[in-house]
Write a protein that binds this ligand. Structure first.
Ligand SMILES: *[C@@H]1O[C@H](CO)[C@@H](O)[C@H](O)[C@H]1NC(C)=O
Length: 226
């Protein structure tokens, strides 16, 4: 009498192979920790993927708290924007935990300009004000998803996609964004193109954006002030 295994051997083997082929990216954004915690040792200059752990015997309760988000950032700038991040760079207790949080203050009519976070999705909670938020899907669709959100609402910016936040309300907007990475990284599009160091070759910018040499110079001067 044929068993379930002999009847379905091929189907079962195919399922096992397909399961093992699931991309790693379908798990959390950051690697899983290998110990309870790994508070960043600020005395170490060693560069690894993340930061070297402080001696656990020296770790204190205060290593797991931070006040960096307590005060409003200074929005007196061209964009009317202040992003204050509590990530592994500024809050060592987050090292290896795969999460971080930022405070975003945006003055009236201010803008958090189009940017991407290469290592994290962003879950934004709007505590105060009204924002026009949006993101654009990857090429070739480049579909824009944008809408106004009000205080108390949340919005998810998918990992790695270009997104923005424009204050369209009255007065300052205050948002808190959490990320599924200890170090989300930020690449602001305008700055990456027009304020790189050293400057991106004129020929690249002229061709990519169909600009004249004069346009490129003008944009470099403008973007360097943002
Ligand atoms: C905010 O930034 C502006 C421009 O850099 C500066 O002039 C001003 O003193 C800053 N305000 C505070 C309270 O730090």
């Amino acid at each position: 009498m044929a068993s379930f295994w002999t009847d379905h051997k091929l189907a079962i083997l195919i399922l096992i192979v397909m399961a093992s082929m699931q991309p790693r990216g379908s798990r959390a954004a950051d690697e899983d920790p290998l110990q309870d915690f790994c508070v960043k040792d600020t005395t170490q200059q060693i560069h690894v993927n993340g930061f070297v752990c402080k001696d656990p015997a020296q770790v204190q309760a205060s290593d797991f708290t931070s006040a960096v988000l307590k005060n409003p950032g200074n929005t007196s700038n061209v964009l009317g924007l202040a992003v204050t991040a509590a990530n592994a760079l500024t809050f060592g207790g987050l090292n290896t935990q795969g999460v971080s949080i930022a405070r975003i203050d945006i003055a009236q009519n201010g803008l958090n300009p189009p940017h991407v976070h290469p290592r994290a999705a962003e879950l934004l909670y709007l505590a105060q004000g009204t924002l026009l938020v949006g993101f654009v899907t990857s090429t070739p669709d480049n579909k824009l998803f944008a809408l106004k959100i009000n205080a108390g609402e949340v919005f998810i910016f998918p990992r790695g996609l270009v997104h923005f936040q424009l204050n369209v309300g009255y007065g300052t907007a205050l948002a808190f964004s959490s990320f599924n990475s200890q170090n989300q990284g930020t690449s602001q599009l305008a700055k990456a193109l027009f304020a790189s160091n050293p400057p991106t070759n004129d020929a690249v910018l002229e061709k990519a954006l169909q600009l004249s040499a004069a346009d490129v110079q003008r944009l470099r001067a403008l973007i360097s002030k943002t």
